[in-house]
Ligand binder design. Structure first.
Ligand code: PPE
Length: 379
C-alpha cells in the first residue's frame, strides 16, 4: 500500500522532519497535488514497472498491459537475422551508462490482403534523423532497413506486430565522448492495446504531470532518443502511482507538451488544436496522420501553444501514437472532458484511421507497405 504522505509530486514538498500532521484538505486530485487521500490511490505497489506485484492485466484502472512481450524467433542485427535470445549487449556498452540510443516504434497491421507496415518510410526517416542529431553513423540504407522489417514479419510468422528498431552505441571505450561501434537491432512481436483493451472506446483518465517535458536545447525533442524516456518514465510512474492511465507534461513555458509516449490533441468548437513542434514534442507519425485525416475530412487543425486550462474546457481531448493509436481522454485531473466519454470527432478520426490500417478501404495516402510478397520495399 502507498503511504499517501510519502507521495511527493509537487514543488511544495516538505522535508520529513518539518512535516506536521496533515489537516484534511478538500482538493482536486491531480498529479500536481502533493497530498493524496489514501482512498484515491490504487491498492498496489508503487515501485517501478517490472518489479513487485503486477496489476491485473485486464484492468484499465492504470491502463498498462504488463504481459505485452511475447518472444518471436528472430531479431535483425547489423544485417543478419539472429535468434531472439542472442540479441544481447555487453553491460559496459556506451548506451547503458550514457543512454546513447535512438529508436522507433512501428506497427504492422493485419489487413485483408496480409500484413502491412504502417508508414515505414516516415519511421525510418525519423530513426535516421534521430541518429544524425546525435552524430551516430548508421551504415544501412533506408531500403535495407525497411526490407529487414518486412522479412522479419515473414520469418516470425506474424499477422500483425509492433517493431522496435534500435540504434545504439555499443561496447568499446568507456567515457562520455563516444568511441564505440554502432549496433542496429530490429525486433518485433505481437503487441496488444497499450492503455488497456477498453481505452479506445471508453477513453482514459489522465493528469497533468508535475514533471516538465525536456526543455529546448537540453535533450533534443525531435530525436526519439532512449534518454528522453527517463523524463517519460517520471511522468508515467507518477501518473500510475496516482491512479491515472497517463500523464500530460507541460513544456518549459508551462504550455501543453505531450504524454510520456503520445502526442496530444484538443477539440474545441469543431476545431482541432495540437502543440507545435517547438513545444518539446516528438514529431509523431500518428500526429501527422491525424492532421492529414482531419484535413481530408474538412476539419480545421491548428498547431498552436495550448494553455493547461484549455484541456479542462475542451470538448474532446485525445492521444495519438503508434502504440496508443488514437485514444480518447475522458478526464484530465479528474475534470470530465465533454460528456466524460469518447467524443464524436475522436470517434470519426478513429474510424477513418482504423479503416485504412485494417485495409477496409483503399490506402489512398500510400501509408501501408504490404509484407506478404518477397519484394524489395521501396523507400
Ligand atoms: N511522443 C512521445 C514521447 C512518444 O514516445 C511517442 C511514441 C509519440 C509522441 C507518438 O509518436 P508516433 O508513434 O510516431 O505517432 N511512443 C512510442 C513508444 C511507446 C512506448 O511505450 O515504448 C510508440 O507509440 O510506439
Amino acid at each position: 500500500m502507498v503511504d499517501s504522505a510519502n507521495v511527493v509530486t509537487g514543488s511544495n514538498f516538505r522535508a520529513r522532519k518539518y512535516r506536521k500532521p496533515l489537516r484534511p484538505v478538500k482538493r482536486e486530485i491531480s498529479c500536481l497535488s502533493p497530498f493524496l487521500p489514501a482512498s484515491a490511490l490504487p491498492p498496489q505497489d508503487v515501485s517501478a514497472p517490472g518489479s513487485g506485484p503486477k496489476p491485473p492485466v485486464d484492468s484499465n484502472f492504470n491502463g498498462y498491459n504488463y504481459s505485452m512481450l511475447k518472444p518471436t524467433e528472430k531479431i535483425w542485427h547489423n544485417g543478419r537475422f539472429i535468434a531472439w535470445d542472442d540479441a544481447k549487449i555487453h553491460v559496459l556498452s556506451h548506451v547503458t551508462s550514457y543512454g546513447s540510443s535512438v529508436f522507433e516504434g512501428v506497427r504492422c497491421y493485419a489487413t485483408s490482403s496480409g500484413p502491412a507496415i504502417f508508414r515505414v518510410r516516415e519511421h525510418i526517416r525519423r530513426l535516421l534523423d534521430s541518429a544524425k542529431i546525435y552524430r551516430i553513423d548508421v551504415k544501412y540504407e533506408s531500403a535495407e532497413l525497411a526490407d529487414a522489417m518486412a522479412e522479419l514479419v515473414r520469418l516470425n510468422h506474424l499477422g500483425s506486430c509492433y517493431f522496435r528498431p534500435i540504434v545504439l552505441r555499443g561496447y568499446g571505450d568507456v567515457g562520455v565522448l563516444p568511441n564505440n561501434p554502432t549496433e542496429v537491432y530490429i525486433a518485433c512481436w505481437e503487441w496488444g492495446k497499450y492503455l488497456g483493451e477498453e481505452a479506445l472506446t471508453k477513453g482514459v483518465d489522465v493528469c497533468v504531470s508535475s514533471w516538465t517535458r525536456i526543455a529546448p536545447n537540453t535533450l533534443p525533442a525531435l530525436a526519439k532518443a532512449g534518454a528522453n524516456y527517463m523524463n517519460s518514465q517520471l511522468i508515467r510512474m507518477e501518473a500510475h502511482t496516482n491512479g491515472y492511465a497517463e500523464g500530460i507534461a507541460l513544456d518549459q513555458s508551462g504550455y501543453v507538451s505531450e504524454g510520456s509516449g503520445e502526442n496530444v490533441f484538443v477539440v474545441r468548437d469543431g476545431k482541432i488544436l495540437t502543440p507545435p513542434l517547438g513545444a518539446s514534442v516528438l514529431p509523431g507519425i500518428t500526429r501527422d496522420t491525424v492532421i492529414e485525416l482531419a484535413g481530408s475530412l474538412g476539419i480545421p487543425v491548428v498547431e498552436t501553444i495550448i494553455p493547461r486550462e484549455m484541456l479542462y474546457i475542451a470538448d474532446e481531448v485525445f492521444f495519438s501514437g503508434t502504440a496508443v493509436e488514437i485514444t480518447p481522454i475522458r478526464s484530465v485531473d479528474r475534470i470530465e472532458i465533454g460528456k466524460g466519454s469518447r467524443g464524436p470527432l475522436t470517434e470519426k478520426l478513429q474510424k477513418v484511421f482504423f479503416d485504412i490500417v485494417n485495409g477496409n478501404v483503399p490506402d489512398r495516402f500510400g501509408w501501408l507497405t504490404p509484407v506478404g510478397k518477397n519484394i524489395p520495399v521501396a523507400v
